[in-house]
Every structure is written in C-alpha cells, then in structure tokens.
Design a protein around this ligand. Structure first.
Ligand SMILES: Nc1ncnc2c1ncn2[C@@H]1O[C@H](COP(=O)(O)OP(=O)(O)OP(=O)(O)O)[C@@H](O)[C@H]1O
Length: 601
C-alpha cells in the first residue's frame, strides 16, 4: 500500500481561511452548546442533592435557570449544527472546484493512466468524506478543550483530589486515537481505494455497456463489480468494527473515571470535607467534562481515517501543471499565422517519442503529417494544443516577416485557444443541444457565424435530419449521432472560434471517401490565411494537402508535395504500401496508392 504523506489533513485547513468569521461563530456555538450541557447536568445534580439531603425543594430561581439552560442548549445545538454544516458544505463546494482546477491544470498528463471513475471518486467521494472533518472535528476539538479546562478548574475548587480520576482519563482519551493513528489511516486508505476501484469499475462498465453486451462479457463484468463491492464492504466493516470497539473502550474509561469521582466525593462528603449536595454535582461535572473529550477523541479517530481522502484531494488540488501558464504573456501577432516545430524532443516520461522534429506549415498552407501508428503524430498535435511542453526545442506560431515567431509557452491560455484549434480523433460531445455543443469554444458566436460553419462542415444536413434542427439535444457524448456526424460537429466546433492554425488529428477518419472529399473542399475554400496540419492515414486525404511530411523514428524523414514524394519512392511510398499490405493482405501492395492517384474529388 502506498504510504499516506503526513500532514494531509492539516494542509487542507487553509481553505477555512476565507470563512474565518463562520469558523469563529461555529466554535462559539459549539462552546455554548457544551458549556450549557455541563452547567445543566451539574446544577440539576446539585439541586437533586440539595432536595435529598436538606429536604428542600428547588428555589424558583434555580428552576428558571435550569429551564433557561435547557433552552440555551437546544438553541446552541441547532445553531452549531446549522453553522458547521453550512461551513462544511461551502468549503466542500470550494474544494470540488479546486480539485477540478487541479485536474484541468494537469490534464491530460494527470488523466493519462488514471481511470475516470478514480478521478470522479476524488472529485466527489473524497471531498464529500471530508465533510465530517470540517463540520464536526474542528469546532468539537476547540470547544471540548475549553469546557474541559473550566470544568476541571471547578472540580479542583470542590476538591483537588477529584482531578486524580478525571485528568488521567482525559489524557488517555485524547492519547487513544494517536496511538492507533497509523492503523486508522491504513484502514481509511483501504476504504478510499476500494471506493475508487468500485467507482472506476462502475463508470467504465456504464461507458462500455455496448461493448460488454456485444462481446458477451456482461457476466464477467458483473462478477468484477460484485468483487469490488465486497472489497469495499470488507474495508468499511473493518473500519466500523474498530470504531465501535474504540467507542466502547472510551465509554468504559469515562464510566471508570466517574466512578472514581463518585468514590472520592462520597469519601470527602462523609469525612466532612465536601458539602453532601455537591457530591452528585461533582459526579455530573466530571461526566459533563469527560463526555465532550470522549467525543473529541472519537472525532480525532475518525479524522485519522480521513487522511487518505485528504491526501488524494491534496494531490489533486496541488497537481503540477502539464504546461505552466506564461508568467509574462506576449500577444499573438495579428494577421495570418503559420506554425513551426523546432528541434522538438518529447517523451511521456519514458523514451523520447519525438527526437528532434523540425516542421513548418506556412500561413494558408495545408500540410499532411503521416507516419506509422505510434510514430508520434498525435503527440505533435498535443504539443500544438499545449497539453504538454516539449523537453527540448520549441513550438511556435510564425507570422509573416518582419514579425517574430512566438513560442506557445509565452502565450496566455485564452490567446492560444483563440489562435489554435486542435480537433482530435475523439471529440466527445456534451449533454445539450447541437448548437450548444458547437458554441463550446465560441459562446458569443452569432447565429450567422454558426450557420456558416455548420454549412462548411455539413452539419446543416445533419441538423435537417433532427427534429429540432440545431436545437435538438444530442445526448451525453453525442450518443444519438453517428461517428461521421460527430466528426462534422467536432470540426464545426473547432472552426467556429475562427482559428488561424487548425490541427485535424484523424478528424475525418469516420467519414466515407465522398464526405471526406467534400469536407476537404469546403475547408480549402475557407483556408486562404489559415495554416492547417492534417494528421491522416488515408492516402486520398493526404494527397489533397499542399505538402506532406513523414514522421518516423521521432523525426521528419521526408517532406514534399505528393508528386515529389511518390516519384522519389521513399518513406511515404513504403509507408502506404506497408499499411495497404497490413490492412488487405490479398490486394496488390500499391492498391491504396492507385486508389488515391485518381484526381482528388
Ligand atoms: N498520454 C500518453 N502517455 C504515455 N504514452 C503515450 C501517451 N500518448 C501516446 N503515448 C505513446 O506515444 C507514442 C506516440 O503516440 P501517438 O498517439 O502520438 O502516435 P500516432 O502516430 O498518433 O499513432 P496513431 O496513428 O496510431 O494514432 C506511442 O508509443 C504511444 O503509446
């Protein structure tokens, strides 16, 4: 099991900084609540003691104070609950946003290799678990400390020997969660991990329901879910059993201490050192002082079990940025832009995927980037979207001379997103209407701009088939659209913000040849000043580009027009021949080239 870093809970305390006044009011309400209870039971016990020993009914003033204390206690309990939950829920809402910001800042570096259910567990479950810490632990601890100190002083005034039973019990109570802190943290860690596993399994299963059905593996998946559920149940039970046992031990300790006080007070009363009516009051005072300490010990114990949740939240909140924001951002040069990768070296933590890539796309030019699967084409797109920064070299936007190129690292996030649009292989749609999905990157786009882009990308014909046109809800992840329709929507979304650099990463792979050709024609008519980088495998798509660059072994190994490269018979020819052989072993190796040698449609 990965060790839990120390100080995880402490590190989440600064979130309370913005709510100092509420924290103070919560602590005050908790203090009044606990103090009223101690005063109530002590006065009640003294009143009963007086009535029994002196055969005197309680004075009306005493009864009034008792009633007042009951009301005060009820009011303080309600106020404390109300304030502490209000505080906790506000803090949790803020933490959720910070977790989301952390994930967004480090995405996709952080998301890569982590399951989305696991991330959802952090963003929701782990944050939710901290409610107890913020709502109950902090005010409880502070108030019980004060109440115990005052009660102990009162007990000492009645007879210092009474403290001999109470102080050791209080020390033992507070010490008890500390001696078992590591075990508690580990049990909490097991529960949080089991919960994250179950969440991941559930999210994956719901996401891949169609595939599970088609492959007939639903039963195996159900078994995995059941086993993850059982693992969580075992972990929760282990935590619960321990808490129940620890609670019983704490109760025993309190009872033993109270019995000690009763014995000492009875002895003192019979020896005449203590007024008889104060003997039951001393017992009530001891109980009133120790009960909140016992509750605080329980809260400390439970908080210890939350260390794993706090550590996961802290890690998400403080996740390092995959591409840190520019400290002194430069403006994007006006006018047409090209793009340039200069000596780019990059790897995902392991071996270099790109090892000195030099690539230039001029304003108004369409460049196709090709290479075998895994060559690093999408990685180039990721660097252009600035999900990551290159380890060496630079990725730049290049305006026509005499303006100077600008490194993406020097741009403000919003300027970069406005200038460069990367439309990926997988462009998930969000729950909402088609128009809302199109406006994702350009919420202020006018209806005319929306219609124009929809026409270019053929989304207008998609909308015509839908009951409410562009205002039709497309369902989560665009479940109601075909792959090709989703690709058109994704492209329209990328174009709507009017990017000056457009990167299409296999965007049209889902379209048939005709759709691909139509889209390319529409894009070409609109791309005079735009630099376009098209990542594609299909020869016909590649052939339409002004120039082609072949990526192999982490470098650009060949660059030129289609005719030049085909004539040269080098890497591009070999790549397509190999892909053709692999995808259709019985067709002639150059069939793909022959298919695409026909004039582009
Ligand atoms: N997030 C990631 N974390 C770690 N390794 C990655 C990540 N993304 C890609 N890789 C690795 O980097 C290499 C290049 O991947 P990339 O997706 O850039 O290739 P590609 O040329 O676009 O392939 P394809 O044509 O199949 O889409 C591959 O070996 C891949 O496994």
């Amino acid at each position: 099991m990965t060790p839990i870093p120390p100080g995880a809970l402490r590190s989440l305390l600064p979130v309370l900084g913005a709510h100092r006044a509420t924290v103070l009011r919560t602590c005050l309400a908790a203090l009044v609540d606990q103090a009223a209870l101690v005063a109530l039971v002590t006065l009640a016990a003294h009143t009963v003691g007086t009535a029994v020993i002196e055969h005197r009914p309680p004075a009306p003033g005493t009864v009034a104070v008792l009633i007042g204390l009951v009301l005060l206690r009820a009011l303080a309990t309600w106020r404390e609950m109300d304030l502490s939950h209000d505080l906790a829920y506000r803090v949790l809402a803020e933490l959720r946003v910070r977790v989301f910001d952390g994930l967004a800042r480090s995405a996709p570096a952080r998301i890569a290799g982590r399951r989305s259910g696991d991330l959802a567990a952090t963003a929701l479950g782990d944050v939710e678990a901290l409610e107890f810490f913020y709502a109950h632990a902090i005010a409880q601890l502070l108030a019980s400390g004060v109440v115990f100190a005052v009660s102990a002083a009162l007990l000492a005034a009645l007879g210092p020997w009474l403290l001999l039973a109470v102080v050791p019990a209080a020390l033992l109570l507070i010490w008890s969660p500390l001696i078992e802190a590591r075990g508690r943290a580990e049990r909490g860690h097991r529960t949080r991990s089991a919960l994250a596993d179950l969440s991941s399994e559930t999210v994956e299963s719901v996401d891949g329901l169609r595939e599970l059905l088609m492959t007939g593996s639903l039963n195996r998946r159900r078994a995995r879910l059941r086993s993850a559920g059982r693992r969580l149940a075992r972990a929760q039970r282990a935590e619960q059993s321990w808490e129940t046992g620890a609670g019983a031990a704490r109760d025993l300790l309190v009872v033993a201490a109270v019995i000690g006080v009763v014995a000492a007070a009875a002895d003192a009363a019979s020896a005449g050192r203590l007024d008889g009516a104060w003997a039951p009051a001393a017992m009530a005072l001891a109980l009133g002082a120790l009960a909140p300490v016992a509750e605080s010990a329980a809260a400390l114990g439970r908080a210890g079990g939350l260390r794993a949740a706090a550590a996961r939240v802290r890690a998400a909140v403080h996740a390092p940025a995959g591409a840190p924001a520019a400290t002194d951002p430069r403006p994007v040069p006006p006018g047409p832009l090209g793009l340039r990768l200069r000596g780019v070296r990059f790897g995902y933590g392991g071996e270099a995927v790109l090892d000195g890539v030099d690539l230039t796309v001029r304003p108004g030019e369409t460049m196709a980037l090709v290479g075998a699967s895994g060559a690093g084409k999408s990685t180039c797109a990721h660097l252009l979207a600035r999900y990551w920064d290159p380890a060496e070299g630079s990725v730049e936007l290049v305006p026509p001379a005499p303006a100077h190129p600008v490194d993406l690292r020097d741009l403000a996030e919003d300027d970069l997103r406005a200038a460069v649009s990367v439309v990926g292989q997988e462009a998930p749609l969000f729950h909402g209407t088609l128009a809302e999905n199109l406006r994702l990157g350009a919420p202020d786009a006018t209806a005319d701009e929306l219609d124009a882009v929809a026409r270019i990308c053929g989304v207008d014909t998609v909308a015509d088939t839908l009951p409410d046109g562009l205002d039709t809800a497309v369902g989560e992840r665009g479940a109601t659209l075909s792959g090709g329709q989703r690709a058109r929507v994704a492209l329209a979304r990328g174009l709507l913000s009017g990017p000056r650099v457009l990167v299409l990463d296999e965007t049209t792979a889902h379209l048939d040849h005709r759709g691909d050709a139509e889209l390319a024609r529409a894009l070409a008519a609109d791309s005079a000043t735009r630099a376009t980088l098209v990542i594609a495998h299909r020869p016909a798509t590649v052939r339409r580009a002004d120039r082609i660059a072949v990526l192999d072994g982490g470098r650009i190994v060949e660059e030129g027009t289609w005719d030049e490269l085909i004539r040269a018979g080098g890497p591009l020819t070999r790549l397509f021949a190999r892909e053709q052989t692999e995808s259709a072993p019985r067709t002639a190796p150059d069939a793909g080239l022959r298919e695409s040698a026909a004039p582009p449609r």
